[in-house]
Write a protein that binds this ligand. Structure first.
Ligand code: CUA
Length: 365
């Protein structure tokens, strides 16, 4: 087979030819500009309609709906301004096509349009947008009772510490990267930072708010529907900023009460020889220096509390789904999965030990 012949029959070459032919047909029959504009509008509409895990358009609570209304308002306002400017631009070009550039009137009378169109109009539009934004921001759920549950979230590079320290709870506890809230109840969250500025953002439930070192902020969220809402750190905070996600789980009241009662318990006792050896390795080894497992002698304070780590949806702040396989991989080589993370790579466990540690941690529901 000659070189050219091989190139002609190569599957990629055939595909490229098909694409090129389609492009030619496209140019011949359609108006690509119109089609692209239509595609743009459709993709915005699609993004609005789809149940994406983290969409600004699917507000599920008072705060989230306000954000999505404001977003739509901004999109429509920007589209109206864009179409208006483009229409004037095209009209101006059409009108002055034959005109001699030297005859353009640059006196004060001739620049009135620039003052209005370039100064006054933008000032009006930007003021309206600013006021609309302020109004949306100012309308927090106003009537939040003093009895409303109140928790504390601390931002760390790159995970979220969640303290259920509401005085109304019979006992406080700490968890990580997952916040459970009762459906239909406004919850107050105090936000602090342990290191740099982070930003707490669950687009389905509320706008963004920063976690600032040395300062305390408060946000109120209200989930109307049961389900999980993905959140993400929205302020660049270092190497693994992108892998600093969290989940808000809105539970029906009975389920929420059961979850609280479960989390208040100390870590489960091992039920077999594998989990027993796993606990031995966790509490007697390097894990205990950074992590706490309530009810054991692991009392480290610098890393996520692992007392009920098996009950969580994700590992490493939304980086991995939580199961025995990802747990093993994470322990064996955290630096590969989340480079720069404070968790060291623990290469001292052999295969059997690694399996035991992961099995034990996954049993901690
Ligand atoms: Cu924390 Cu970005």
């Amino acid at each position: 087979m000659s070189r050219t012949r091989r190139a002609r029959t190569h599957p990629l070459a055939a595909r490229q030819r098909a694409v090129r032919q389609r492009a030619v047909r496209h140019r011949a029959v359609g108006r690509p500009a119109v089609r692209h504009a239509l595609l743009g509008v459709l993709s915005i509409a699609g993004a609005a309609a789809c149940q994406a895990p983290m969409s600004i358009f699917t507000g599920a609570g008072d705060g989230g709906r306000r954000v999505s209304t404001l977003t739509w308002f901004l999109i429509v306002a920007a589209a109206v301004v864009y179409v208006g400017v483009m229409a004037l631009f095209v009209a101006g070009m059409a009108r002055n096509r034959e005109r001699d550039p030297a005859s353009v009137d640059l006196s004060e009378r001739g620049t009135g349009f620039i003052v209005w169109g370039g100064g006054v109009m933008p000032a009006v539009v930007l003021t309206v947008v600013f006021i609309a934004g302020l109004a949306a921001m100012g309308r927090f759920p106003a009537a939040v009772s003093e009895q409303a549950p109140r928790f504390t979230i601390t931002g760390h590079q790159w995970w979220w510490q969640v303290d259920y320290d509401d005085p109304a709870l019979p006992g406080s506890f700490t968890t990580a990267n997952e916040l459970h809230v009762p459906v239909g109840t406004t919850v107050r969250i105090r936000l602090i930072s342990a290191d740099v500025i982070h930003s707490f953002w669950v687009p389905g439930l509320q706008g963004k708010i920063d976690l600032i070192p040395g300062d305390t902020n408060e946000i109120r969220i209200h989930a109307e529907k049961a389900g999980t809402y993905r959140g993400q750190c929205a302020e660049f905070c270092g190497m693994q900023h992108a892998n600093m996600a969290f989940t808000v789980v809105a539970d029906p009241p009975a389920q929420y009460a059961a979850w609280i009662a479960g989390q208040q318990q100390p870590a489960r006792e091992p039920t077999d020889s594998i989990t027993a050896s796993g606990r031995q390795l966790v509490t007697g080894g390097p894990c205990a220096m950074c992590h706490t497992l309530r009810g054991t002698n692991a009392r480290g304070q610098v890393a996520p509390d692992l007392t009920h780590v098996g009950s969580r949806l994700t590992l490493a702040a939304g980086t991995l789904p939580n199961n025995a396989g990802t747990m093993e991989a994470w322990i064996a080589n955290a630096q590969l999965m989340k480079p720069g993370v404070r968790m060291p790579t623990l290469s001292q466990f052999n295969g059997r030990e690694l399996r035991a540690v992961a099995t034990y941690l996954e049993s901690l529901k």
